[in-house]
Design a protein around this ligand. Structure first.
Ligand code: HEC
Ligand code: HEC
Length: 442
């Protein structure tokens, strides 16, 4: 099929299913258990959850003025053939840097054309069409009406959703809350033809910014770089963290690896300071110029925006996140009997911190690096100087990229070995393997 024909098909069919508009029926029964019961008094809640889901998936909070307006990322994606710069980004390249395609946003004709191998996956025009029809998870392109892009914005779903690969690798149904451990955020931002704004903020040259972005790798992002300017750990490795799960957070007190605050705290932080959406944000802790030189200089603790596209959405966004339960691993992926025995080991050695069923502490869920046998580097970049006990459910969704905040342990085996030696647990080989099966069952 000719690229332009594909474009017409994509745009014609896809927009209506998944446009970022308010949709009362959006929370389907498969997404939330209470929605299946249809009690009359559930209706307002379902409406709020639907709105929260819309925000999570589709709201840019006005950040297109940064990603398109300042970084001009849309120009690199459309390429010079459509009024942009460079060769453009083909669908193949987009999938290669870990972007995901939502098959439910595609018109049937597009699905058929894809199946028949008639979509040109080397043509940036196809990427543009996917972006303007909200089919690329977490990124929306705004059409210029001439086959190119006027601008581009990002959403929470970019990092905190993936797809189930049911159609093809990287193409399937959305899985909200699952971390996208394929997503190379650094490579994507690095496509920008103009990173001078980021360089200026950090007080370095553009070449340095590009080197730092290239150091992150798939599934990683450094949310604190824009506060303290620290791009590398003392051992020379990248200071980026692995993207965490955004499900299974209900009941958990502090959030992020170093416990910056509650869910709504962090949501406002991210929407305003990281995504560059337009909203108010207040945190005088960021005025500490010795700890957060970049943030203190830029006044990040006192951001005011009028209009504010963030604050009014925090309640429904929060409610939606609380509704995202941790997924259960398929039963054939672990040994049930061994996992049962492993639960006993866990209760004896791990449960003082990972308290079931939250698998983090009820209360102030924070520990020093020494308590878990690691260095303090990442903890010291945060206000409380400690690590938050990670809620462990759904571990199987984040096996790629490693465990702990920086993915330092490639496997759960390595995590267990670490605890065994650091906390001198004296686990036998059978105990270790049972514990492993239990972790896989969470
Ligand atoms: C560019 C990728 C990216 C985007 C976009 C993004 N996040 Fe995150 N998110 C991260 C990373 C990385 C962390 C870990 C930060 C840390 O601990 O230092 C995180 C942490 C979180 C956490 C804490 C999870 C926990 O274990 O407690 C929540 C909640 C969250 N993000 C929600 C959101 C919401 C809501 C949005 C949209 C407003 C969003 N994020 C946008 C990458 C992203
Ligand atoms: C002193 C409290 C404490 C104890 C005891 C403890 N943990 Fe942890 N656990 C933590 C903290 C804090 C983190 C976060 C570390 C990080 O991100 O760098 C963590 C992280 C983890 C992770 C990584 C989760 C992820 O998604 O990256 C796993 C798995 C884990 N713990 C399993 C265990 C097991 C198994 C035991 C018992 C052998 C145990 N923990 C004992 C506090 C504890």
């Amino acid at each position: 099929m000719h690229a332009l024909a594909v474009l017409a098909v994509l745009v014609a069919g896809a927009g209506c299913r998944n446009t970022p508009s308010f949709d009362r029926s959006a929370v389907a029964s498969d997404e939330h258990p209470t929605a299946t019961r249809h009690r009359a008094d559930d209706a307002p809640r379902r409406v709020r959850l639907a709105e929260g889901r819309r925000v999570f998936r589709f709201d840019t909070f006005g950040d297109e003025d940064f990603w398109g307006g300042t970084l001009r990322l849309h120009q690199a994606i459309e390429g010079s053939a459509h009024g942009g710069v460079g060769p453009g980004v083909s669908p193949k390249t987009a999938l290669g840097v870990g972007l995901k395609v939502d098959v439910d946003a595609l018109a049937q004709a597009t699905v058929d054309a894809l199946k028949a191998g008639k979509v040109d996956l080397d043509d940036p025009a196809v990427t543009v069409a996917l972006l303007t029809s909200n089919a690329v998870v977490g990124v929306t392109g705004f059409s210029d009406g001439k086959g190119g892009l006027r601008t581009l914005g990002i959403q929470c779903a970019l990092c905190h959703s993936t797809v189930d690969d049911s159609f093809a690798p990287g193409v399937g149904h959305r899985l909200d809350g699952w971390p996208n451990r394929d997503l190379n955020v650094g490579a994507i931002v690095g496509l920008s033809p103009d990173l001078s704004a980021v360089a200026k903020l950090l007080g370095v040259d553009e070449k340095t910014v590009r080197a730092v972005l290239a150091s992150w790798g798939p599934g990683r992002f450094d949310a604190l770089l824009f506060l303290d300017g620290k791009a590398f750990r003392p051992d020379g490795k990248s200071a980026a963290t692995v993207i965490p799960a955004a499900f299974g957070l209900a009941g958990v007190n502090l959030h992020t690896y170093a416990g910056w605050g509650s869910i709504p705290y962090w949501n406002a932080f991210v929407a305003v300071l990281e995504m560059h959406g337009k909203g108010n944000f207040y945190d005088p802790r960021l005025d500490d110029a010795s700890k957060f030189p970049v943030a203190a200089r830029a006044g990040f603790g006192h951001v005011k925006a009028d209009p504010d596209f963030v604050t009014s959405k925090l309640a429904t966004l929060h409610e939606y996140q609380l509704s995202l339960e941790a997924p259960r691993p398929p039963e054939d992926t672990f040994d049930q009997e061994s996992a049962k025995r492993g639960q006993q080991v866990f209760s004896g050695k791990c449960a003082q911190c990972h308290v079931a069923p939250l698998y983090t502490e009820p209360g102030w869920n924070m520990h020093s690096g020494a308590e878990i046998g690691i260095d303090d580097f990442q903890a010291s970049r945060s206000p409380d100087g400690r690590y938050r006990t990670t809620p462990l459910r759904g571990l199987f969704t984040r096996a790629k990229g490693g465990f702990y905040h920086d993915g330092r342990f490639a496997t759960l085996n390595a995590v267990v070995d670490h605890y065994d030696s650091a906390l001198r647990l004296g686990l036998s080989a059978p105990e270790k393997s049972d514990l492993l099966e239990f972790l896989k069952s969470l």
